[in-house]
Every structure is written in C-alpha cells, then in structure tokens.
Design a protein around this ligand. Structure first.
Ligand SMILES: NC(=O)c1ccc[n+]([C@@H]2O[C@H](COP(=O)([O-])OP(=O)(O)OC[C@H]3O[C@@H](n4cnc5c(N)ncnc54)[C@H](O)[C@@H]3O)[C@@H](O)[C@H]2O)c1
Length: 259
C-alpha cells in the first residue's frame, strides 16, 4: 500500500475528485480526514471507506470560515495522532461577470480558492514539521496556466494558487515539506456543469447543459473528459513518498489541453 501509516486530509471530499481521492488514499492505507460542507455526503464517503476496512473521520466544515479551515486540521491530527499531508482540493468557479460584478461573489471565490488554503497551511505546518516532513497538494486548473474566457476571477485565483505553492515549496524544502499542485482539465463532476454554462452569463437560461458538457469534453487532444479518479491518481502520487524529489511542480492532468 502506497500510503501505509500516513495521515491526511482531503477538502471538497464529498463529491467529484475530492471524493475519489479520499476513497483511494484510504485504500492505499492512509487515515483520512474527509472534509466538506455537505454533511450527508461526508457521511456516505466515510461509510464507504470504513466498509472497505479503511480509516476515516468525517469533518463537516464551511471552508469560507477561517475557524473551520483550522479545525479540520486540528481534528484530523487529534483523531489519528499527527498529520502527513493535505490535498487542499476545494475551489469555486467564481462569477462570470467582471463588468457589473457583485463583489460578494468575488469574496466567495477568493475565500474558497485562496484564503482557506493559506489558513489550513498555517495550521498544518507545525504538524508536518513534527513528523519530519510532509506533503501539501493544492488544486489549481488549466485556468491557472492560461487565461479563461468564462472564468476570469477563477483564473486569477488559480494562477495565485500556483504562485503560492511554488513559493512555499522553496521556503519549506529545508524542512522536507513538499508543495505541489494538480491542474485538472475537463473533469466529469458537478462543478464542470457550472464551468460550461455559467449561470450569470447572458444567454445561459434554457441552455442544454449536458449537451454543452458533451461538446466541451471532446475539446482536448485525448478527446474526452477525465474521470475524477484520473485526477486523484496524480494527487495520490504527490502525497506519497514516491514523489520524494518532487516539489514546486504544477502537474497538468488535462488530456493535453495545455500542451
Ligand atoms: N471539474 C472540473 O472540470 C475542474 C477542472 C479544473 C479544476 N477543478 C477544481 O477542482 C476542485 C473542485 O472539484 P470537483 O470538480 O471535484 O467539484 P465538485 O463539484 O464535485 O465538488 C465540490 C465540493 O465542494 C463542496 N463545497 C462547496 N462549498 C463548500 C464550503 N464552503 N466548504 C466546504 N466544502 C464546500 C461541495 O459540497 C462539493 O462536495 C476545485 O478546486 C476546482 O477549481 C475542477
């Protein structure tokens, strides 16, 4: 097992890639803090992990709140006796609008794409240090590598995620804390629907979302959407000791979109 004896956290773990990651990490031997705002879905993921003989703790948290971003770290460490990694996967599409933007939409995007990452990282560093090192993985996007026509605020945040991770990688390397990023492309989750037909974009009403997602899914060299597990596989590598010489990297997992 690739994560035997490790203790970690996955945020946004009740759905999509985060769910796939939490389940996979537990199968590989990690004890996992399963963090999300959706309580019934958190319970379901924890049940699934436990029914396969894995270890997990469900933590219902609103990651727009600093106290919750800290609490998830403390509760996981307390439950399992330390911390080795976080896959800080949570994010938010943000608004389509810039002209006429509602700044509370901007604040929500910043809270979930950036702020919670900083707070959780602050809480985690002493715990990782106490274990003699660890791994922090953040989720950016192809929109953190190139501009996004539909999601400029999101793109702004995801460029920031990569800048933060690369900087932190340099600062924390002497303590053997590795910091990396996964940059998913078109991945078949609920959030993909929002990215494809932005609810606040003029003309969005009445659009066939699934048809648009179908088309979008073909618009990359591999010609299909990713399944959440295909992104979780890369996060698994990055939180594991197999990635012992990998830090400050942003991994495109996008079917060739940004090639
Ligand atoms: N799906 C894609 O195509 C795609 C592409 C690139 C990057 N991403 C990134 O992947 C991550 C999202 O993953 P997904 O597509 O698996 O999403 P998803 O839609 O499957 O899941 C999002 C989860 O976030 C949870 N959540 C929402 N608000 C929350 C809050 N305030 N506190 C705690 N949890 C909250 C939801 O309950 C849900 O479980 C984001 O960082 C996103 O930017 C997604």
């Amino acid at each position: 097992m690739r994560l035997q004896g490790k203790i970690g956290i996955v945020t946004g773990a009740a759905s999509g890639m985060g769910r796939a990651g939490a389940i996979r990490f537990a199968k590989e031997g990690a004890a996992v803090g399963v963090v999300d705002i959706n309580a019934p879905a958190v319970d379901e993921v924890v049940r699934e992990i436990k029914s396969n003989g894995g270890r997990a703790k469900g933590i219902v948290a609103d990651l727009t709140k600093d106290a919750d971003s800290r609490r998830m770290v403390q509760e996981t460490a307390k439950e399992f006796g330390g911390l080795d990694f976080i896959w800080n996967h949570i994010g938010h599409p943000g608004p389509w609008k810039v002209e006429g933007i509602n700044m509370s939409d901007f604040d929500l995007a910043v809270a979930l794409n950036l702020r919670t990452l900083v707070v959780a990282t602050d809480a985690a560093i002493p715990l990782l240090r106490a274990r003699g090192g660890g791994s922090l993985v953040y989720t950016a996007s192809t929109s953190g590598i190139r501009g996004s026509l539909k999601s400029p605020i999101y793109s702004m945040c995801k460029f920031g995620v990569i800048g933060f991770a690369k900087s932190l990688a340099k600062r924390l390397a002497p303590e053997r804390i590795r910091v990396n990023v996964v940059c998913p492309g078109t991945t078949d989750t609920p959030m993909l629907r929002t990215f494809t037909v932005r609810p606040d974009q003029p003309g969005a009403k009445g659009k066939d979302v699934e048809a648009a997602v179908g088309v979008r899914g073909t618009e990359n060299p591999l010609g299909r959407k990713a399944q959440p597990e295909e992104i979780a596989n890369v996060a698994l590598f990055l939180v594991s000791d197999e990635a012992s010489y990998v830090t400050g990297a942003a991994f495109s997992v996008d079917g060739g979109t940004t090639a």
